[in-house]
Each structure stands twice: as structure tokens, then as C-alpha cells.
Design a protein around this ligand. Structure first.
Ligand SMILES: [Zn+2]
Length: 246
């Protein structure tokens, strides 16, 4: 009995060990596959250019307000920027965002500093205008550096035509977002948040007006990327110079 036990015990042990090895090998293989799926994928971009998008204002700074105070620039700048981001990413561009929520309060250094640190090809800051007269509405785009002008012009031509409002031309404006950024940059002022017609079109939660504007900004960026020199040739040789704080 004792000797039989001594013989049978190793056999059982071998069976158990073999079974354990098989199970472990199988589980291990499955685990490796799971790990491979969970591992972060290396994203490749089909386009070589990148865009730093800067939704103006944010946090404690609402920017311009509609005349009744219910719509603010901080919100609509972000809504437009998020749509531009999605569209550009779907087209294969790498996109950097200075903010993706309405929470952060940012100064200009935060904005140009971030875009410079990402070495973005261009920077587009998204804003909307305001004025005391609710009949005033037009599109404009600001620049500071000579290298900004073609980008500003390309985006302005697209926003003006696709929003169906007057093109006020590009304007030179000394603002550190434009002067300290190391890449071609512009501040797009899509339309007047104080205009009565624009206000009536902004009353729904996701206004189509903002989608039109986002598509226009994307087309302006793509036109610029397709041929920056052609965009340069369309620049107004006598842009207005703005002196203002906003
Ligand atoms: Zn603004």
C-alpha cells in the first residue's frame, strides 16, 4: 500500500502540474492579447500640419455678452472650437486645445505659451464681437505679425461668405496671443453676439449658426494649408489698425 501510494502520488502530481501548465499557458496567452488591446495606441496623423485652437475667455471671464446677458462669448467660443477640433481631427490633423471646458480662467501667456510649447503649425483664437448698436454685424479677423495675414485673410473670407455677413477685412491688433506666438496666428471674430438677428439664431442649445461658423473656420484653415502663398496674395495691402482692449 505504501509503495503503491508512493508510485501513484507522482503520477497525480504530474497530471496536476501538466494541467496547471496548460491552463496557465492558455490564460497567459489570453491575458497578453487583452493587454495588447488595452495598451495606448500610437496615433498617426494623415496630415503633417497641426492646429492650436484657442477658445477665447473662459472661467471667471465670460467675454462679450448678448444684450440681455443670457448668452456669453465664453460659451459660444468653446462650442465653435470643439466642432472645429472634431472636424480637423477627422480630416487627419493634430489639434491642440488651450481649453476644452468653460472652467479654466486663462491669461494670454497661458494661451500663446501652450501653443508655442506644442510647436503647432498655426494658432487660431476663436472670439465673437460686440457693440452697443444691435444692428451691427460683420466678420473680421485680427493679425499682428506679417506671417499672420494670409491665415487671417483665409479664415475671414470663409467666415464672412459662409455666415452671409459683411467682410470687414483683417485688422492689425497688438495682442500677445498674436505677437508672442511663434507660428502664423489669427483671432477670428466670427460675428457680433450683440446683433439682434444673430441673437435670435443662438437661442437653441446647439445652434446651427455655430456649426456653419465652425465649418467656415475649417475651410479657411484648409484653404490656407493648401497654398499659404495664394492666401497671402489675397491679403488687403492696407489693413485697418485696431486700438482696443478686447
Ligand atoms: Zn473675445
Amino acid at each position: 500500500m505504501n509503495s503503491k501510494r508512493r508510485v501513484r502520488f507522482p503520477v497525480i502530481t504530474v497530471i496536476v502540474v501538466v494541467a496547471f501548465i496548460l491552463i496557465t499557458a492558455h490564460t497567459g496567452g489570453a491575458s497578453t492579447q487583452t493587454d495588447a488591446k488595452a495598451a495606448p495606441t500610437v496615433t498617426t496623423y494623415s496630415k503633417s500640419q497641426s492646429v492650436c485652437l484657442d477658445p477665447g475667455h473662459g472661467g471667471s471671464d465670460p467675454g462679450a455678452l448678448s444684450n440681455d446677458g443670457t448668452i456669453n462669448e465664453r460659451d459660444i467660443n468653446l462650442k465653435v472650437a470643439l466642432q472645429v477640433q472634431t472636424s480637423l481631427q477627422n480630416s487627419g490633423y493634430r489639434v491642440f486645445m488651450t481649453r476644452t471646458t468653460n472652467d479654466p480662467t486663462m491669461n494670454n501667456n497661458d494661451r500663446w505659451g501652450y501653443c508655442n510649447s506644442r510647436h503647432a503649425t498655426i494658432m487660431v483664437s476663436i472670439h465673437h464681437n460686440d457693440f452697443s448698436d444691435d444692428s451691427v454685424d460683420y466678420a473680421t479677423a485680427l493679425f499682428y505679425k506679417d506671417s499672420d495675414q494670409a491665415l487671417a485673410t483665409s479664415i475671414l473670407n470663409a467666415t464672412s461668405s459662409q455666415l452671409g455677413i459683411p467682410n470687414d477685412g483683417i485688422a492689425q491688433f497688438e495682442d500677445s496671443v498674436l505677437s508672442k506666438s511663434t507660428m502664423p496666428s489669427t483671432v477670428s471674430e466670427g460675428f457680433f453676439i450683440t446683433n439682434s438677428s444673430e441673437f435670435s439664431q443662438l437661442s437653441s442649445p446647439n445652434p446651427s449658426r455655430l456649426t456653419i461658423e465652425a465649418k467656415a473656420i475649417v475651410s479657411g484653415i484648409e484653404t490656407y494649408f493648401a497654398d499659404p502663398k495664394a492666401a497671402q496674395s489675397a491679403v488687403n495691402s492696407n489693413p485697418q489698425v485696431l486700438e482696443r482692449d478686447d
